[in-house]
Design a protein around this ligand. Structure first.
Ligand SMILES: Cc1cc2nc3c(=O)[nH]c(=O)nc-3n(C[C@H](O)[C@H](O)[C@H](O)COP(=O)(O)O)c2cc1C
Ligand code: SF4
Ligand code: SF4
Length: 270
């Protein structure tokens, strides 16, 4: 049976955990207000996805979260939106640049957010960009967004935002970002280096891989679905999966960040 106020489904992919944290803050805020909510981690629950989506009714809300990789949302999240068929009357709250494809699918946009977070490629750097974020203030902003979305869900009459309302980058930067992709970035990066003999088959990398891309039988190997999140490199204490990218990446990331000069704030759109 449909709840009077509509239920929420939060779908996210979060290799390093910060998007998951934002998703949980939203879920806790909804639960504290007595609203039905389900969390779907794309890395863990792929088979449940279709059933969850088809269970959405008019008046319900789909929340979608992705980290930014190579200036875009992660490809599996964009693919997920691409596969959605129009769901009449369901509204959406994208957590980043997913607004346009959701709007094109007919979702009413009730809000969005860009959340300040630790750069997950810089876990081993001293003073990483976004270190300690999201913090309490960032989480307060996420709760504020959740409250505003609930008000709009309850009112039920709001026409929603345009995708442009959620666009905080200049047109020049947007045009530049659309020439970039994770595929192109991966082609420029050094490949993963595997040392099967060093592998103890502990399984930590398998558990931490968001795309189920690592096999241990008959020997350590990688498939073709790598996101370059480097969770496996971070988790492997045996050095059996390495990537030389870390010798060069820190300087490049800091140079990009200085060039973009984006305020280091969590920003909500509603
Ligand atoms: C391969 C890769 C590329 C990234 N590219 C960007 C980027 O272009 N812009 C950005 O702001 N952050 C970038 N990041 C940082 C992540 O978006 C950020 O750390 C995010 O919080 C990770 O989310 P998660 O913790 O949910 O995985 C990148 C991280 C990785 C691993
Ligand atoms: S974390 Fe390292 S040692 Fe453990 S299974 Fe993966 S590659 Fe092997
Ligand atoms: S293989 Fe490693 S780098 Fe690639 S997606 Fe899996 S954990 Fe991330």
């Amino acid at each position: 049976m449909t709840d009077k106020h509509g239920k929420s489904l939060i779908v996210f992919l979060s290799p390093a955990g910060t998007t998951r944290r934002a998703a949980r803050v939203i879920a806790e805020t909804l639960e504290a207000r007595g609203r039905p909510v389900s969390l779907l981690d794309m890395a863990r629950t792929r088979s449940d996805m279709e059933a969850a989506i088809s269970g959405l009714d008019p008046g319900d809300c789909l929340w979608v979260g992705s980290p930014v990789y190579a200036n875009r949302a992660l490809p599996p999240v964009l693919d997920f939106i691409d596969r959605l068929s129009g769901i009449g009357g369901v509204c959406a709250v994208p957590l980043h640049d997913l607004a346009l494809p959701l709007r094109e699918k007919g979702f009413r946009l009730l809000g969005g957010a860009k959340v300040m977070a630790l750069h997950s490629m810089m876990w081993s750097c001293e003073d990483p960009l976004g270190g300690g974020r999201p913090n309490e203030e960032d989480e307060a902003e996420i709760r504020r967004l959740t409250g505003r979305v609930l008000e709009k869900m309850d009112a039920g009459t709001d026409a929603g935002l345009t995708a442009e309302d959620l666009n905080y980058q200049s047109p020049e930067r947007q045009a530049l970002f659309h020439t970039r992709s994770l595929k192109k970035t991966k082609a420029m990066m050094p490949p993963m280096v595997l040392d099967p003999e060093a592998c103890t088959s502990c399984g930590l990398c398998v558990d931490g891989c968001p795309t189920n891309n690592i096999t241990l039988e008959p020997v350590l190997g990688l498939g073709t679905d790598c996101l370059l999140c480097c969770n496996c490199v971070r988790l492997c204490h045996e050095g059996a999966i390495r990537n030389d990218v870390f010798q060069v990446i820190e300087g490049r990331i800091r140079a990009f960040a200085a060039d973009y000069d984006e305020p280091a704030v969590t920003r909500i759109f509603s």
